[in-house]
Structures are given as structure tokens and as C-alpha cells.
Write a protein that binds this ligand. Structure first.
Ligand SMILES: NC(=O)c1ccc[n+]([C@@H]2O[C@H](COP(=O)([O-])OP(=O)(O)OC[C@H]3O[C@@H](n4cnc5c(N)ncnc54)[C@H](O)[C@@H]3O)[C@@H](O)[C@H]2O)c1
Length: 352
């Protein structure tokens, strides 16, 4: 990848953002958005999903560092203005493959990144958390509701929120974003996410598989909309976001799974047929997004129908395929079986 821009006159672009997990599903879209907005970006990623930033090669404001959040040297924070911390084993089933390692990466690794950032004088830190932290809840939940993590992944998010928000101070703005379930196209495509998986099923089999009776509620958000939320927080006054948690999404995208499947079939002009979908899913939650809307004026722009149409068109055109990397848990299982790859790089550094 390219070297960072040099600034002979000492001037800097809009700001320098370190994106951990920046080569992942959300990370590579967020990285592109930051570059479009004039930021300089360093991606720190193990590159478990290779090739996802190839389209940005040659951009002089992008640097890619292949290392691990658990042991990357503190010098990674040099001249960084803000950190977006997305690196993680990124869903519930992947997190349950090895709970100890999930806590090591998703909690301790990200707590370490936040501490390194604060110590180095970085002024902003944003944690990528998840609405799945709410677990099963009858009432509509907001940021003050008790959390109910059902998996190690959700538990690690809760712990990382707690440790990293506690670092907030006058000079260190720390924020956590609880993202809804994301959908939409990315260079690291994920078909293990609800809308993406349903669209793939409609493309391949002409039917959607729905888990349980499909009455469970899940909030959804498009990948560009959730990426815009990170940038919106970064560009907000510190006093509005520091030490704060925000749910990311919109009330109109709190959706029940079966009606959602119907909507997507209709949007794609495919007669609706149902079977069952995915693994057993015990989560059901409806989320309030009032705080992010009212506090920093954030609103989503993209609908599930738009998301399904863009994925369907890409599948049809062959620009995205249902390859082995598109199912996170299966991909991590194969990496583990192949060479224990989750641990085998640069073991000389220990988690601080
Ligand atoms: N996709 C969603 O629906 C969703 C919803 C809510 C929250 N999130 C959170 O957003 C973040 C990004 O999710 P995603 O969907 O892009 O996941 P992803 O799996 O596509 O990306 C995660 C990235 O982190 C990297 N990584 C993993 N362990 C690492 C380590 N120890 N050191 C350095 N890099 C490491 C991987 O190589 C990968 O590129 C995660 O924290 C996830 O939990 C995602």
C-alpha cells in the first residue's frame, strides 16, 4: 500500500484517523468515506479478509498497517487525531468459537487501543459497539436501558464500552456507537447479516428462509449510514458526545424478520416464499434512536429495499459473489483449522 503524504510546509489534511478493523465489512466503507471527506487514514488490521482495500491502492492519504490491536506498538498513535475502533471477532457465532480469545480481542484489545490513544494525546476515540448488547427485551430500549448480553460477543462489547467510556476527560473524547444490524455492499461482503443473507437467498433460490416464526424484532442500518454516524460523532462538539453511548439507526428500521422478508421479495419483484433462516437466534429488541437524532442531528438515508436492490444488482452483474470469506464464522473456523492463524503472528508483544 502507499506511503502517507508528506507535508513539507507542515500543513496537514483535515485530520488523521486510525481505523482499527479498517479492512473489514464496515471498515473498508468507512475508510473510503473518510478519504472522500479529506481525512488521512491509517488502517490497522490483521487482514483476516485480504484484498478488501485493493481499490484504494495508490491513495496517498491511506496507509495500511498489518498488525494486531493486542500487541501493536504504541507508536501506531503517532500524529493520530482520532481512533475509530472496529477491530473485533465481529458477530455472536464467531465470538462463541473461542470465548477467551473473543474477550481478549473485543474487550482487552480495544481497551488497550483506547488507553494507548489517550496516553499519546489523541483527542477522539469512537468504539464500534452493537445493539445486540440489548439481547431479548420486550420494551423499546434506549441507551439508559439495562443491557442483556446473551453471548460472549455482546458481553465483550459491554465491557469495552465500560472501560473505554471511563477514559473520557476534557482532553479525550470517548464515545460508543451501538450499531444496528448492518446491510449493504462492501468489498468484504458479509452474507451472514440478515438483509444481505435474505437477498442472496432470493437471488440463488428465489425464497427467503426465516428463523423461528419471524416475529422477532431487529433494528437495521445501511453500511453507508452507519459509517456516516462515525464521521458525524467525530465532527460534533466534544461536549455533546464525550462519555456518551449512541444507538445508530432509525425507528422506521426496527423491523420484524418475516415482514422484512416480504418487503425485500416485493422490492425485488420475486413472489414471496418462506422457509427458515440461519441459526437459532434468541435476540429480539426494538431500539430508540432519539438520542443520536436529537443530540447530533443524525438521520439515516438508505432503506432496506435500496440495500437489497444494490446487492441483488451486484450479484447479477457478478461484481459480488458468495465466496467463503462472506460468512464470518465459517471463515474464522477455516483460519483456525488451517494454522491457528488467530494467534500466530508477532506473539512477542503481550496485552498491556
Ligand atoms: N456488521 C454489523 O452488522 C455490526 C453491527 C454492530 C456492530 N458491529 C461491530 O462493528 C465492527 C466492525 O464489524 P464488521 O461487520 O466490519 O466486521 P468484520 O469482521 O468484517 O471486520 C473486523 C475486522 O477486524 C479485523 N480484526 C479482527 N481481530 C483483529 C485484531 N486482533 N487486530 C487487528 N484487526 C483485527 C479483521 O481482520 C476484520 O478486517 C465490529 O466491532 C463489530 O462487532 C458490526
Amino acid at each position: 500500500m502507499t506511503r502517507p503524504e508528506t507535508h513539507r510546509n507542515g500543513s496537514r489534511p483535515k485530520g488523521h484517523v486510525l481505523v482499527t478493523g479498517g479492512a473489514g465489512y464496515i471498515g473498508c466503507v468507512l475508510t473510503e468515506l473518510l478519504l472522500e471527506r479529506g481525512y488521512r487514514v491509517t488502517v490497522l488490521d490483521r487482514l483476516f479478509f485480504p484484498g478488501t482495500l485493493a481499490h484504494l491502492e495508490g491513495n496517498r492519504r491511506l496507509r495500511v498497517v498489518r498488525d494486531d490491536i493486542r500487541w501493536v506498538p504504541a507508536s501506531i498513535m503517532k500524529r493520530v487525531d482520532a481512533v475509530f475502533d472496529l477491530a473485533a471477532l465481529s458477530n455472536d457465532p464467531a465470538g462463541d468459537l473461542d470465548p477467551k480469545r473473543t474477550l481478549e480481542i473485543n474487550h482487552k484489545g480495544r481497551a488497550r487501543i483506547a488507553r494507548l490513544a489517550k496516553r499519546a494525546g489523541v483527542s477522539r476515540y469512537v468504539l464500534a459497539s452493537s445493539c445486540s448488547i440489548y439481547g431479548f427485551q420486550e420494551a423499546v430500549v434506549d441507551e439508559r436501558s439495562p443491557i442483556h448480553p446473551l453471548t460472549t460477543y455482546a458481553e465483550a462489547n459491554g465491557l469495552a464500552e465500560k472501560s473505554n467510556l471511563a477514559l473520557a476527560s476534557e482532553r479525550f473524547t470517548s464515545t460508543a456507537l451501538r450499531q444496528a444490524t448492518v446491510y449493504g455492499l462492501s468489498k468484504r461482503m458479509r452474507f451472514d447479516l440478515a438483509i444481505n443473507g435474505m437477498t442472496l437467498a432470493l437471488f440463488k433460490e428465489g425464497l427467503v428462509k426465516v428463523m423461528r416464526d419471524g416475529t422477532q424484532w431487529r433494528p437495521m442500518v445501511h453500511i453507508r449510514d452507519t459509517s456516516r454516524a462515525f464521521v458525524r460523532v467525530l465532527e460534533s462538539e466534544p461536549g455533546k458526545v464525550s462519555g456518551e453511548i449512541f444507538n445508530v439507526g432509525s425507528e422506521d428500521q426496527n423491523l420484524q424478520v418475516l415482514p422484512l422478508a416480504r418487503r425485500l421479495s416485493e422490492a425485488l419483484g420475486i413472489p414471496f416464499k418462506e422457509a427458515w433462516y440461519g441459526d437459532p437466534d434468541h435476540r429480539s429488541y426494538r431500539v430508540s434512536f432519539r438520542k443520536i437524532r436529537e443530540r447530533i442531528g443524525y438521520a439515516t438515508e438508505v432503506t432496506p429495499e435500496d440495500g437489497a436492490r444494490e446487492i441483488y444488482a451486484a450479484l447479477k452483474a457478478g461484481t459480488v459473489t458468495d465466496g467463503p470469506m462472506t460468512r464470518t464464522v465459517e471463515w474464522y473456523k477455516s483460519l483456525l483449522a488451517y494454522q491457528g492463524i488467530l494467534d500466530n503472528v508477532v506473539m512477542r508483544h503481550r496485552v498491556l
